[in-house]
Design a protein around this ligand. Structure first.
Ligand code: SAM
Length: 256
């Protein structure tokens, strides 16, 4: 089996889908046995059996605990959606919009959720006064952080890089309409060289933090800053932790 295929088979969403597919023949056997016992299982019963089998297989194959609930409820949700008799185009539109928003989340395990003004202000306060800094938000989402940095540091070169097309389009339009100097690029931050930046901001997910650290440790220049919102790096404690709001996540700062 190729390395690429093996990696793909470790993607949780794909494993969850394969588990649902694998649960289906078992469900059919159980439904057949129930029918031979004189019971008349309907579609909701099939969905319940399918959900239970899929949830048990999810435990067996060691997916994160929240997948059990998703697997349990997914077949019932399909049956419930079927009863609404919505036009097929509705599902296509929802699918296209969600794909535009979340794009490679199934692979990257980094969903879209925005940071807020408290985090933006705290990051801006960490920046040295040196003019002409090169700043980047890796996974810039709706663009809030990059637009704020460009506003409060008009001397800096601010970039946001984003994989998902809709957030990238939205932030590009926001920059154009507000006359911001922030630049938004559609792409994968893994293809960047972090040595080109004085500050790299990341609001990603625990799943990618060790890879991010490996890349930053090799590429970042002496004196540059890596700032992560909410997620720490196990291998290396930050030089500074900033509490931005009373109950909100912290900002972690590493200096190279
Ligand atoms: C939690 S959101 C953070 C949004 C933004 N940085 C903020 O502070 O509001 C993470 C974003 O990273 C994007 N993303 C995930 N992996 C990426 C990658 N390899 N390259 C570029 N963007 C990525 C996701 O599509 C998502 O929009």
């Amino acid at each position: 089996m190729s390395l690429r295929l093996r990696r793909l088979l470790h993607v949780p969403a794909l494993r969850a889908a394969l588990i649902q597919a694998g649960a289906y023949p078992i469900t059919l056997v159980i439904i057949y046995l129930l029918a031979t016992l004189g019971m008349k299982p309907g579609l909701p019963d099939v969905a319940v059996v399918q959900g239970v089998i899929a949830a048990l297989l999810t435990v067996r194959y060691g997916l994160a605990p929240w997948w059990r609930l998703i697997q349990l409820l997914f077949p019932l949700a399909l049956v419930a959606a079927g009863t609404l008799a919505l036009p097929p185009a509705f599902y296509l539109i929802v699918f296209v919009v969600l794909m535009g928003l979340f794009w490679s989340t199934y692979r990257t395990q980094v969903p879209l959720y925005p940071s807020g003004p408290a985090a933006w202000a705290a990051v801006a306060a960490e920046l040295p006064a040196t003019p002409g800094l090169r700043l980047i938000d890796i996974g810039s989402g709706m663009g809030g952080m990059a637009l704020h940095l460009a506003r409060v540091r008009p001397d800096a070169h601010v970039t946001g890089i984003e994989l998902a097309p809709l957030p990238w389009l939205y932030s590009t339009l926001r920059a154009a309409l507000s006359g911001s100097r922030a630049r938004f690029v559609r792409g994968d931050y893994e293809q960047l060289h972090f040595g080109d930046y004085d500050m790299v901001f990341a609001y990603l997910s625990p799943a990618v933090m060790s890879g991010l650290w490996a890349k930053a440790a090799v590429e970042m220049r002496p004196g540059s800053l890596l700032i992560s919102y909410e997620f720490e790096i196990e291998a290396c404690p930050p030089v500074k932790t900033i509490v931005t709001t009373e109950h909100g996540p912290a900002l972690y700062v590493w200096r190279f």
